[in-house]
Write a protein that binds this ligand. Structure first.
Ligand code: FAD
Length: 303
């Protein structure tokens, strides 16, 4: 119930304005967001790199409806690629197709995607296309498959809560597309997605095993210790090298677990979001764990 309310509020403009303009919530958002500028993000990346974590940089923003905004987002992603190249930090990037103009036109979105991938290819930096709400899944999978024909360093994300995901995974594996498997962060109806944790977790484990056995350097993205232990047992029992996949976790979440896995010799990439459009991202993190709401509210009241 609270989860549904938070996911609903993630799309609410008035709530967004209220939260974003409040200096206290802005400060508290720093627990989950590296900062508002690319320079803030690079500072966070350096610290993580020193701890042995490579990073996925995420310039926050989604659902733009003006061509100029889509071009601006594209420039922000390419600025991130340029800075990664210049500074030599150990990072790749994650992007969202709705930030590149998917709601405006598929052609515009593809053009922007290709300009990012051209630069990424020149620099040898991997680009992951994040997965958004289910009304974009078909287009996202199709665009990832199409882009993979031209670019080696592109991958995407599959959400285990969707019924369609096993079929999508088969196609992506067949075309050697790198995949990050996640549970899924949006509010989806029973017509398209499992509604209870047990089903979502079972689907996750099934897909995770497919990827670990047959995928191209998959990313197991979760903070769920049962899932992580399941992955560790599976690779051990099947003689799969820890070098052939990576765990991924979100910035500021389960830092203890991130460190433990690094000390055990696993690759652990941290997803570092930055930018001024942090509101929907923060709301999704609160929906995943209502204790985060208590953290945000209590710290905001302290000013
Ligand atoms: P859960 O069952 O939700 O949580 C298991 C345990 O992890 C919890 O008990 C708690 O201890 C801890 N935990 C989980 N979430 C939080 C939190 N917010 N704060 C504190 N503790 C927490 N979703 C998409 O839909 N599309 C994407 O492209 C996408 N990319 C992602 C990239 C990365 C690197 C990660 C880690 C997640 C991504 N997600 C994405 C979000 C994902 O779908 C889940 O919503 C999120 O990871 C929570 O699920 P979980 O696997 O951690 O398991």
């Amino acid at each position: 119930m609270l989860k549904d309310t938070l996911l609903y509020l993630a799309q609410n403009q008035r709530m967004r304005d209220f939260v974003v303009q409040n200096p206290a919530t802005r400060g508290v958002s720093r627990r989950f967001v590296a900062g508002e500028t690319l320079e803030d993000a690079v500072q966070a990346v350096r610290i993580l790199n020193q701890k042995g974590n490579p990073v996925a940089l995420d310039f926050l923003g989604e659902n733009v409806f003006q061509e100029s905004e889509a071009r601006e987002a594209t420039q922000n992603y390419t600025a991130a690629l340029n800075l990664i190249k210049q500074t030599g930090i150990d990072a790749n990037i994650s992007i969202k197709l709705t930030a590149l103009g998917l709601d405006i036109s598929q052609d515009l979105c593809e053009e922007n995607l290709c300009s990012i991938l051209d630069l990424a290819r020149e620099y040898g930096i991997f680009v992951c296309i994040d997965m958004e709400a289910s009304n974009y899944t078909e287009q996202t999978v199709a665009m990832a498959l199409k882009a993979r024909e031209q670019y080696e360093q592109v991958g995407t994300v599959i959400q285990s809560y969707l019924y369609r995901s096993k079929a999508d995974i088969e196609k992506l594996i067949e075309h050697n597309v790198r995949v990050r498997i996640v549970k899924g962060a949006y509010k989806e109806p029973p017509s398209v997605a499992y509604q209870n944790k047990k089903d979502v977790d079972e689907s996750y484990i099934e897909i995770m095993k497919m990827l670990l056995s047959r995928g191209n350097f998959p990313a197991i993205a979760s903070h769920d210790e049962n899932i992580i232990n399941g992955a560790r047992t599976y690779v051990r029992d099947h003689g799969i090298s820890p070098a052939s996949f990576e765990f991924q976790m979100l910035y500021g979440i389960r830092r203890d677990l991130q460190e433990r896995l690094v000390s055990e010799g696993y690759n652990v990439r941290v997803y570092v979001p930055y930018g001024s459009q942090w509101y929907p991202y923060l709301m999704r993190r609160m929906a995943e764990r209502p204790a985060n709401l208590i953290f945000v509210v209590s710290n905001s009241m302290r000013g």
